[in-house]
Design a protein around this ligand. Structure first.
Ligand SMILES: [Zn+2]
Length: 307
């Protein structure tokens, strides 16, 4: 069993859900983020948050995958102050909904003053609501941005044991683990972090507080990244208990602190029933036969290495 604790499923297809389920993914966490282009008004943010706590959760369930999400104002859109102010008013209302496991993904993009302002406000909110935090670290000036993100958490009295610092690499992992935070790694095919590099990190640092995710979205990304990394790790001699921590248990332990994510959610799931409707809408098209009670293997695991 695997958990993919960072997956932007609204941008993925039903084939992807089927493939994830077939590869052993039992649960995903969908962090609130931007859409690839900036939102122009708070209404589109409202509908987005509604869909990640609502329809997307339903859609995942139709393929036997439990869907959770995080709620937050992302760093890119924090730079639009008018939008940001409106979104900040929405967040408390959404953060306490069923299936919300953290405030996130928040943090820095270009490390501007506005990003800093809304990052701090949301850390305070996470403390107030007693929710874990998912931090998006910047792709540019990553090392400094990662250190700074942790400094600000400490300054605000946020417990590192409730914070996942995501998108790590070889340069940032040591400091994140030494300071007691959880270290997430997003596996990107061909670029920053492939699964070969990830397995080497597991070998060097072990799996305590290490979390593997796909960060799959609308860009070039791999929905099977967690399963493939796990398989490669096992094949190259990483002990199975370590793989289980990094690809399953750690995500459950940190986000389970929300009280919203429990193993029995997927150990005793509701049977898949594609005849079900969400606000009158179905995932079925064109008179298709609904799946009731099982999923099929649609994609092979042979193509193992995605670096
Ligand atoms: Zn993301």
């Amino acid at each position: 069993m695997f958990i993919d604790p960072h997956a932007h499923m609204i941008s993925r297809t039903t084939d992807d859900y089927e493939a994830m389920a077939a590869s052993g993914v039992v649960a995903v966490i969908e962090p609130a983020f931007w859409l690839g282009q900036p939102r122009t008004n708070v209404g589109s943010y409202l509908d987005y948050l509604s869909s990640i706590v609502g329809f997307e959760r339903f859609r995942a369930s139709q393929f036997g995958i439990r869907h959770y999400c995080t709620i937050g104002l992302n760093s890119k859109e924090a730079n639009n102050e008018e939008l940001a102010e409106g979104v900040m008013e929405l967040i408390p209302r959404f953060a306490l909904k069923e299936g919300v496991v953290a405030i996130g993904e928040i943090g820095y993009d270009e490390q501007t003053a506005l990003e800093d302002k809304y990052f701090r406000l949301q850390l305070e909110l996470a403390k107030e609501l007693d929710l874990p935090v998912m931090i998006h670290t910047p792709h540019r000036d990553k090392k400094n941005g990662t250190s700074r993100s942790m400094d600000v958490c400490i300054e605000h009295g946020v417990d590192p044991g409730k914070v996942v610092v995501d998108h790590n690499n070889e340069e940032t992992v040591r400091e994140v683990l030494d300071r007691g935070f959880w270290a997430g790694f997003s596996i990107y095919p061909s670029t920053k972090m492939g699964n070969v590099r990830m397995v080497e990190i597991l070998r060097k640092y072990g799996a305590e507080r290490v979390i593997v995710d796909s960060a799959c979205d609308w860009g070039i990304s791999e929905v099977l990244a967690v399963a493939k990394t796990a398989q490669l790790a096992i094949q190259t001699g990483i002990p199975a208990d370590q793989v289980r921590l990094a690809c399953y248990q750690n995500a459950l332990d940190v986000y389970g602190q929300s009280g919203q994510m429990k193993e029995e959610d997927w150990l005793n799931p509701q049977a898949i029933d594609q005849r079900a409707l969400y606000e009158g809408n179905s995932i079925l098209r064109g008179g298709r036969e609904p799946v009731v009670g099982s999923t099929k293997d649609r994609r092979s695991m042979d193509d193992l290495i995605i670096e």
